[in-house]
Structure formats: C-alpha cells, structure tokens
Design a protein around this ligand. Sequence first.
Ligand code: PBG
Length: 326
Amino acid sequence: MSFPHHRPRRLRTTPAMRRLTAEHRLAPADLILPAFIREGLSEPNPIASMPGVVQHTTDTLKRAAAEAVELGVGGIMLFGIPETRDAEGTASLDPDGVLNKAIRDVRAEVGDSLVVMSDVCLDEFTDHGHCGVLDSDGYVDNDATLEIYAKMAVAQADAGAHVLGPSGMMDGQIGVIRQSLEDAGHVNTAVVAYAAKYASAFYGPFREAVDSQLKGDRRTYQMDAANRREAIQEVELDLAEGADMVMVKPAMSYLDILADVAAMSPVPVAAYQISGEYAMIEAAAANGWIDRRAAITESVLGIRRAGANVVLTYWASEIAGWLKES
Ligand code: PBG
C-alpha cells in the first residue's frame, strides 16, 4: 500500500494553521455600507424584504455613518428617496434635495474619516422609475440623460461626496461626468463606474427600498446575464473615460465576471452584493436553514477571493463588528 506524501490537509489541522495559511481575509476597510435616506420621515422605516435594513431619517443616517467610522468601515454609499417625483427626476438637482442634503449631513458628521459615496442615477427621482429620461417612444434617451447626470454629479460633488457612483448604465456617462466635474473645479472627486451592471432579478428588494415606480425592466440599458465578453468592453470604455474604480454588479451570480475584470483592471475593483443576495441569505437564516454568520462571511469572502478589492454589502457594519471582536 502506498500513502500520499503530499497532504494538503497538513495546513488545515488547527485553527491557527488555517489562519496562517488563509489566502484572503476580510477587513472592515474593504467594506462599503449602502444606505437609504427617505425625505419626510420622522422614524426610520423598515424595509420588509431586507430585514435589518431601513430607510433612514437624517438622524439615524448620521448615527449609522458614525457607527461605520467607529467600526473602521471603508465607505458609505448613499441613496435618496425624494417625496416628489417627475418625468425628468428634477429633485435630483436640487442642492437641498434629499440626497444632496444627506451627503452634506454625512460629511458634516464624519468629515474625511469615511469615504462618502453617492448614487448618480435618476431611478429614485423619476415618476416612471427608469434610470434616465424617456423619449416619445418610451425608450430611455441616452444622451438627454447624460446632460442631467452631468448636473447631478456636480450637485453631489458640491454637497461634498468624495466618490460618485453612476449606476444608470448610459453609454458615455463616465466621460460626461468626469468632464463636468473638471469644468466645475471638482478635480479630486473620484468616480466609481458601475461598469458591468447586469439586468438582474436579484434587485427586487432594492425596488422596495427606494419605493421604485418602475414597471417593466431595465434590459435596454443594463447588461444581459448571458454575456461575459461584453463586460470587458464596458470596463475598457469606462477606464478610457476616466473611471477611478470599476464595479461589477450583482456579485454572487457574476463571480466569473468579477474574476475577468480583476485580471485586467489597473484600478481598484468593487463588487456590489445586492439586495436580493442579502434577502436570500437572511430568509434562509431566519428559517434556520443555514448558519447566518457563517453564510454571510463565506459569501463576502467568496466575492473578495474572486477579485474584488472592495465589497458593497448591507452587512458592512455588522461584519466589521464581528471582525473587531475576533
Ligand atoms: C439604480 C440602482 C439599483 C441598485 C443600485 N443602484 C437598482 C437597479 O438597477 O434596478 C440595486 C442595488 C441592490 O439591489 O441592492 N440606481
């Protein structure tokens, strides 16, 4: 009988051995907390399909941001839900609108100790729920939308965002936003491009989170789940247009895309563990079907292992808390 000399199990014998030989580990600084603020709320409003996540008031948002700083979380990504909506998403440009005000409030709370990021997209602000304005056929008009994004970006930079996150998947959005930031003197405001963003069924709970008015889908502007090669083109275009970071979204069903992008990107790569990914794990855990903490940790580690430098996850502060205690 011959026994193996090479025994990978040697490195798995004790917790200390496994810790020493781990190729990847989670750190609070690599995590970004997405957060929602809703105009006109007096109490935080729970989001039913995302247990544990709320639509914040100004006060609770500031507290969540302060807690994230305390825990060493890397950044916060803000989404605003306005009281009034129209076809052009006009409220997005108001310097005192819900999102721009939230950026200012959070910056006043955290200064530079947390990277403050904000969503540049019209879907929360339009009464039809699309990420851009519509032409007479109801098609999302790319170039008309870009003109609004350019103004929205400057308004958010004026409010103090460190990083802008254009998530609407309009062609040319990074270039137009970069140019408008330069023209306005915001040369140090960075842009994280939602470069490879797929039309996904897993955004379902987010639509509740932002009270989305969308009927139909976003398949004429977000990517098709069938496509892999196309992600590289999207990333290359965004890099050429001046993206400072690139993002893949969703994360868990798109780890191949993440690995492809990580292999070619000269800039940091982000991945967004989206609302449906959060909801699935929470639902299974609530039923006692999986170990909640172990499943959350494994899911985010898998995203890091696939190549993400930073991960947007609704569990950012909770994970950071676990890392602190361990
Ligand atoms: C669009 C946007 C969406 C998400 C982030 N930005 C929704 C969409 O594209 O339909 C989804 C995030 C999530 O599901 O957690 N502004």
